[in-house]
Design a protein around this ligand. Structure first.
Ligand code: BGC
Length: 356
């Protein structure tokens, strides 16, 4: 009985610490983003800050310059300066175990934002997009446009493969989803990857860096002799837009034009990539409306603080090594030249001018 009473008291104390009555100090939320270098995280960080502030929260927003130690230091600082909830898009999903143990000791709930944080039992919820579906969209796009179902190994297509940072758990889903579609064709010889670099680790791109992707594509072009009037290259599978931008640069430098451009996939509808789609030098992308993701995470923060039920629609997919993390998956949407206006401009995500 004593135990029950003290548990109830503790719960009441937590709830009252979170609920910031009017006129009292607002609850502070720490938002930790990986980098300002990639367009998407600037948008995510800004959205989160704006939406949380609108709900009356105070926000400590930090970008970690893609440096794990910086992110750890920033989190330590958030924990010691009174943040009551942490929202984290990790750089290396496996590198936060120790710092998050400090959060857990202080009963600070942690929401993994977009990227799952691995091997830490301090993670309370996860909010992201259906990342497997992103990979499947990309794979199915190539399957359809390259007519793979009707080809044989005597009439193959030539392709190279790129995915993102090896420390980002999301690549298992993007690359995994795409390979679920493409791998049977690679096995049967309908898709030829001349470099033979088909393992995830061989296709990884450190920090999802445009420059790294460009360098690897340039090396592939020279090693395999790809070029408009040289060895055939029909497509490059890329897990996202920051890599697609580097791949596209290398292909443009090798002499490809919109008339003969290999099909390059992507995701995020970054401005550079959307412009490239309009020009015909990137084939498709996947739109992940980060406004929706931010809105869901704000709902999660709110539910945590008010002691109500957060939005959760997946309780089976995301095991971070310590168990399943209750998640909310937003819906990704296929994007290309034919629907970008409706998706991106009409919805107010970008202005028409930004895409000129
Ligand atoms: C995100 C992608 C993004 C990539 C690089 C991934 O974790 O899910 O949307 O393109 O990181 O920033």
């Amino acid at each position: 009985m004593k135990k029950i009473i003290s548990l109830v008291l503790a719960a009441l104390m937590v709830t009252s610490a979170f609920a910031a009555p009017k006129g009292k100090v607002a609850v502070k939320v720490g938002v930790s983003m990986p980098t300002k270098d990639l367009q998407r995280w600037n948008q995510d960080g800004a959205n989160m800050k704006k939406s949380l502030e609108k709900q009356g929260y105070k926000v400590d927003l930090q970008y970690a310059n893609n440096d794990v130690n910086t992110q750890v230091n920033q989190l330590e600082n958030m924990i010691s300066t009174g943040c009551k909830v942490l929202v984290i898009a990790s750089i290396d999903g496996s590198a936060l175990k120790n710092v998050l143990a400090q959060a857990k000791a202080k009963k600070i709930p942690v929401i993994a934002y977009d990227r799952l944080i691995m091997n830490s039992d301090a993670v309370t919820y996860y909010a992201t997009f259906d990342n497997w579906k992103v990979g499947v969209f990309q794979g199915q796009y190539l399957e359809e446009k390259l007519n793979l179902k009707n080809r044989t190994k005597n009439d193959p297509v030539y392709m190279e493969l790129f995915t993102g940072d090896p420390g980002d758990n999301n690549i298992n889903f993007f690359f995994g989803g795409a390979m679920e579609v493409l791998e049977p064709y690679i096995k049967s010889g309908v898709i030829v990857v001349k470099s033979k670099q088909t393992a995830k680790a061989q296709c990884a791109t450190l920090n999802w860096s445009t420059e790294e992707a460009q360098k690897r594509m340039e090396n592939l072009i020279s090693a395999q002799g790809y070029g408009p009037n040289k060895n055939r290259l029909d497509a490059v599978y890329s897990s996202n837009d920051s890599c697609a931008a580097g791949i596209t640069n290398a292909l443009v430098n090798a002499g490809y034009t919109a008339d003969n451009f290999p099909l390059v996939t992507g995701q995020d509808c970054d401005i550079t990539s959307t412009k490239n789609m309009i020009k015909g030098i990137q084939a498709m992308s996947v739109f992940k409306d980060t406004r929706t993701l931010a809105a869901k995470v704000v709902e999660m923060v709110d539910a945590i603080c008010k002691g109500t039920n957060p939005p959760i629609n997946d309780k089976k997919t995301y095991n971070n090594g310590t168990g399943i993390i209750p998640s909310f998956l937003c819906e990704p949407v296929y994007a290309d030249k034919s629907n970008y206006k409706k998706l991106l401009i009409d919805s107010g995500y970008y202005t028409a001018k930004q895409l000129q």
